[in-house]
Design a protein around this ligand. Sequence first.
Ligand code: FES
Length: 551
Amino acid sequence: MAAALTINGSRIDIPAGVSLFEAATRAGVRVPTSCVAQGKCKECIVEVTAGAELLSPPTRYEEHLDVRSSHFRLSCQSRAIADTGEIECHTMRRGHMRIERHALNLPTSHQRMPLDPAVTRRDTDRILIDGVEVARSTDHIYGLAIDLGTTTVVMRLINLESGELVADSSFENPQRFGGSDVMSRIHYDTEHRGKLLRRTLAGYLTHAIEELPVDPKSIYEVVIAGNSTMRDLFFRQSVYTIGQNPYRSITEIEMAEGKRQTTSLVETGRRCLLPIHPNARVYGLPIVSGHVGADAAACMLAVDLAHEDRRIAVMDIGTNTELIVGNKHRILAASCPAGPAFEGGAISCGMPGLEGAIEDVVLNDDGTFRLGVIGERPPEGVCGSGLVDLMSELLRTGRMNEMGRFDDDVHRIVIDPDTGISFLESDVNELAQAKGANVAGLHVVFASYGIDFNDIEVFYLAGGFGRHLKKEASKRIGLIPNIPDSKIVQVGNASIEGASIALLSVARRQELEALVKKVEHCRLETHPGFFDFFVDGCQFKPVESADQVTR
Ligand code: FES
């Protein structure tokens, strides 16, 4: 007799006394590790979604994981203690997220611009960074662009001599054990000295780099984009001040005190614990201000804001939604703490945009659902774009009202009878609040700029999630402004595209350094209309400009 373990979709028996790590290995599932199951590296973390009570109590190596309030365990420390039952868990590197190889519909692209990288070659074998020799090699020269998202990490390997995209990779940010949003991560990092968050991420990045199809030592520069918290955690900065009013990164504080000229950061590969060339440089893009981080800066590069005359908006919907409005003459930016709901977090049926995620939902006249699943396999949950579709369909057919209440006193709607995947009214509440934060951000930024939504010529919807949204459904539930489809341009992951551009052009990098200093930071929490906008934004109805909002 043995309990059954399902890990990353693979099923295997797990006899009592066997660890999740050992069972996973037997099932052919690779769990990240650098300490060979000694409890030291903290990389073998898994999220247990069923059967946690069938596992041994946490050991001293798991003190950093609050197993009472979260479902994270170190797989090398958790052993089966029962002879029957079902345990389900997954690692933080489930499959591959869908990556847009090329950002779409952007005015510029790292593949269409003149190359001007910081890393160059002279005399066939001398490798230089900013004209200073750092190595000798006749091999290709590579660089990495990395977008450190709160939920997802995306990486691109680029040949710095040809500009060619050689490989890309992505994984769920393993720091999720420290909370799903930036404020919890800041709290966790402050409570748990010892840089656990950073070390765990560095371990995952190391594995991802070692899996790339080139010698890691031929990587000479890395450009990091990410929100202020993710970027500063990576660079070993204290993030405490980002979590306290007025929410400033240490780099921003030091710049205000005249101690530094820029909020960008530079380190060596060695000090960043990455297995790249030891003399390689790691450059953290500048942050704008507060929570408007290096990811927003990267988006500005991707949409070529430094040369833009038209009035544009960029909305990058994520755990933190970035908003940028303006043109080269005046730019306003804000960050909205939306939380992870639209990335599938905190939703009973939610999951990231991986194989098995429902991404398309149509509600038929007979009340049944037609579902589109990524990878055309049995559904396991619903990803962000599927959730937007689902709510739009419920709204269209009157099964949910504008307040997010289901009809007929029903609190649960079964979407897929075969698997039992259901959508709860309490899920709608989570999504309403995430949407409310985004809508409030939109209203505050546009009102501060003194324009309304229709004054915008191009509305860029950025991010992996934004790429897959249906415009009609997004407008119906009020996730994005109710403007003509022709103005809405879905551009994929603009942040990684911006990081790639910075990797390939010193001139563009310098332009960005100057541009971020011109950006006016819109502090949402201090705006007098924020709360009303938030309450209004929690309703599921089209979002019109502020003067049309009925309050
Ligand atoms: S394998 Fe290193 S802590 Fe579990």
